[in-house]
Design a protein. Sequence first.
Length: 333
Amino acid sequence: MSSSLESLRRDFGGDIIEPGDAEYPSASRAVLASGSPAQVLRPTNVEDVKAAVRFAADAGLPLSVRGGGHGFQGFGTNDDGVVIDLRALADVEFIGDEHHLVRIGGGATWGEVAIALAPHGLAISSGDTKGVGVGGLTLTGGIGWKVRKYGLALDNVVAAEVVTAHGEVVRASAEEHPDLFWAIRGGGGNFGVVTAFEFRAHRTTDVFFGRITFPASEAYGVLQGWADHLRSAPEELTSVASLANPMAGGPEAPVEIQVAFDGDDPEEAAAALAPIRRLGTVLEDDVELRAYADVLEEAPAPPPGLQFVTRSAFVDKESVSGLLQVLTEVAAS
């Protein structure tokens, strides 16, 4: 361990943060998880990432990779291991061509990307929060506000620069290391450290975005009608429903239907949203035309000690009504 650490201090050009350092309390934790790693390493370039991976391997230490640090599972930190914090690898570079290719550092956040793309009239469908990391969201899927039209974030990746577990740098694409390219798109950080992505961006306009809320007592009917509408709604409309928010009243919290219509035509947007507005008693409707970069929100700081446990499942069409009944009954309790 001591010889590995000496080699790291010689070969690593970024910051090495250890217990007792002033930055350690903030550097050691992720947004939704606490940790006590032996070292937090902040590389400044790909060579630093290679040195960090080789150090963790030589020392036999657990390795975590942090982009934005928002992962519910807390994979961005650990106990007694090494954390590679990619925050310095955050450049957004335009490659060009008719596909609007953009190279984005693995440590960038989606808020930074949205701001960089906005002056060019470009966007990538990517999450809902400014501080979420490009790497974590993309490698695990990436549901964004244009998902029904443009797919997941990972559907728009055309290549990635990856540091493998051997500390080697490879370019993964459909033509180069295609198995690795397949694996990273959904496999999370298990196959290497992605130091840069090449994305296909798309032309964008302002979008109609906001929340339409209904009383908790109308939850079942609202959700059933919402699910029915989304099956046939235009692909420009992406929507998320939430209920029983514990920080907004729990069982009494209003049902929120969040909507994003990808287009700036008010008549088309009104037609797509009208079936949602007719679902029940509208308590609030703040949908308005906004710049796409402005729909990404700042994530609220969670209360100390709060941990999220997430579950997901697929059901067939015939089971949706029964599922919604179960969900609304649980929410009401």
